[in-house]
Design a binder for this molecule. Sequence first.
Ligand code: G3H
Length: 490
Amino acid sequence: KVIHQKDYLINGEIKVWDGPVSDVYSTISSTETYAPTLLGSIPTMGEEEALNALDAGVKAYDQGKGAWPTMKVKDRIECMLKFVKMMETKRDEVVKLLMWEIGKSLPDSQKEFDRTVEYIYDTIEEYKQLDRDSAKFHKHSGVHAHIRRGPLGVVLCLGPYNYPLNETFALLIPAIIMGNTAIFKPAKHGVLLITPLIEAFQKCFPKGVVNILFGRGRAIAGPIMKTGKVDVLALIGHSSSANALQNQHPKSNRLRLVLGLEAKNPAIVLPDADLDLAISECLNGTLSYNGQRCTALKVVYVHKDILQEFNKRFSDRVDALKFGNPWEEGVDLTPLPEPGKPDYIQELIDDAIEKGAKILNKKGGQRSENYIWPAVMYPVTKDMRVYEEEQFGPIIPVVAFEDIDEPLDDMAESNYGQQVSLFGKDVYALSPLIDTLANLVCRVNLNSSCQRGPDVYPFTGRKDSAVATLSVHDALRSFSIRTFVASKDT
Ligand code: G3H
């Protein structure tokens, strides 16, 4: 069924759009072609609606005097509980749209929904704990302090297409529960799935607290940033978008940033690694959701002593994966949601081949309309685009090393610093190496692939990979500021 989405939410009112629209395509299909088919359309809003939504958010915040930022904690929690309960009734609809819009497998789509619901409940519990902490009084040098956490203002919230529900809500939910107000524009792909939730936002939060717009990022976010009225830019996506938006803010030094950006997470396979385990984890780490995860392993360093065996066994495992539609049982690989993505992947493969790499697996690089079979490439060198670019897709670059300093030096030179996976028999005995790795990235995974969860753990990155930390615990802090009321001994 084609869905023509027309609803949007500004200042507590669900309005029906009658202006220009943009088509939304799906690249999954019940046919064998996987050619993009029309799934529906969304409003193409512009500056006028963007500024109306901003005004609503600014008014609801009212420089910290609004009903929402001054509301009692227990009442804000009640709004959030009501919201999450309404959201839970929409599971089937949202899961179906996740599969159709972004080609995520059924189990992963269900996981994305359930994880988001759990994230909201956990955030509520963490918020209660913050509130209990703020009831404590402190005394130092004759000064009594009542320290608490307050909101920052108006948040512009922009999430990614690969987790259009979960990662977007990992920004939006902590932002609003802390008393901020928000303007939220869904990602380019994974946009129709927000429709079933608009009513819940409208029913559960006071007017102007959450404003939802549809359209192109630049046409909406640009004019909003230019006003200088945004206090927090919360974005998970590409640094080029974050930089462009940040630069449009006339007082960007006042702008708080909460950003999850690119990564280039390496796996390092040591000569004594359990190869079965390393291969399984690297397979999952590189190709889960076709490699379209910022936490995906994007380069695999393998010690020379085990290189041949690793390459052979890994390539065979890649070719044994199952490709199909997201709802098919046991499917590992699905069509790519971005039209044009296979062409980009092909360019990277061609570039690497031209510079001396080979595709090791038999099926590597085989094309269907909107899919390209994962390519295991070796030897990958630094001059190749696939080494440098994030790619966000199904290429597995393999680099051989002899001395551990080789991958360490590459990591130190890299612009990114999110996570690493280290595979070895007794990695716990390698504590100096682990300490070094922890100084280069923010999470060291021992004998396991990289991942964001569990969501109670800090999720961030060094260098160009992130600004601020997300997690159930940290996001509430990222979207707030510590303030206190002081009194002196009399
Ligand atoms: O795309 C980036 C996500 O944060 C990845 O999350 O490791 O749970 O798949 P994940």
